[in-house]
Design a binder for this molecule. Sequence first.
Ligand code: RP5
Length: 292
Amino acid sequence: MKCLSSTYMIRTLAMSVATHIKCRGGTYPRSSIQRLSVPDHKISWTVEYPEYNPPYYTAASIQGQPWADLEIGDPNFKPKWNSQDGTVNRESYMGPYKVVNDVPLNPVGRTGVQGRGVLGRWGPNHAADPIVTRWKRNETGDIQYDENNKPILQFVTIKRRDTDEWALPGGMVDPGEKVAATAVREFREEATSSLTMSENEKKAWQEKFQKFFERGDEVYRGYVDDPRNTDNAWMETVAYNFHDENDSVVGTLKLHAGDDAVGVQWLDITPNLNLYASHKDIVKEVVKRKIL
Ligand code: RP5
C-alpha cells in the first residue's frame, strides 16, 4: 500500500468546479437549522451582500471528537491555515483560501450557514473517492450498448445511511494517510465486507485485488458540493477510477454494504443518474475519458 501513490497516473483536471447547489438553501443536514437564502448572483464573496448574516451552527455531536478541530479561539487550537499542519492537511486544492478574523472562508462562496456544521475541520475537509467501473455485459459476456450505440459503463455505488442517496463509496482521509490509500480503504470498508473479515480473509483479498487497485487513474481533485458544507468548512476530494476492461477482476468482487451504507450495487451510468453531492459530475468525467 505504501507505494500506491507513485504508481498512480496523475492527470491534470479539466473538470469545472461545482458551484453551490446541494449546499445552499433548505435545512442544514441532521439539524433544524434553516440556511439563509443566497441567490445565485450573491454566492461569490466578491459581490456585496451587506445584510448577509447567516445562522451559526456547529453540531454538538462533533465537539470533543478526536477527529475534529477545537473551537477557534481555544488556546489549545493553533491551526496553520493553507498549510500541511502536522498530520492534518489544511491546504485547499482550490488554491489559498481567505482567513477572516481567524476563520477560513469557503473558496466557492456563501452557503447560508456559518460555523462547521457537522464537519470536523475548519476549512477543507479532505476525502477520497473510488470509482470502480466495468462495461455492462449480457449473459454471454457481450458488451451492452445504449441507443446512441455507445458502450454502457457501470460503477459501484453505495446508498448512504445518512441521506439515503446513492453515492461514491468514499470517505475522509485519516491524518497522515495517503489520499490514494484512503480511496482503496474506503472502497473496502463501504462496498465490501472488509470490516468483518478475518485476518486470513483480508490477506486473500489483498492478494487477489492488490494489483487491480494499484492502477487507479486520478479523474478529479477539488471541491465537492456537499450538503454539509458551510461558509467556514467544506469538503474536497481526490477521485480515482479503477477500471476493469475485461471484467476479469471485479466480477469476482463480493459487494457488501459497510457501516455507513445501507445498500451497494453496480449501477449503469446514464444521463439521468442522481447521486449524492456533486458525485455525478465526477462520474461524468470518467465517462468523458472512457467513451466520448
Ligand atoms: C463527499 O463526502 C466525498 O466526496 C466523499 O464521498 C464523502 C466523505 O464523507 P463521509 O462519507 O466520510 O461522510 O463529500
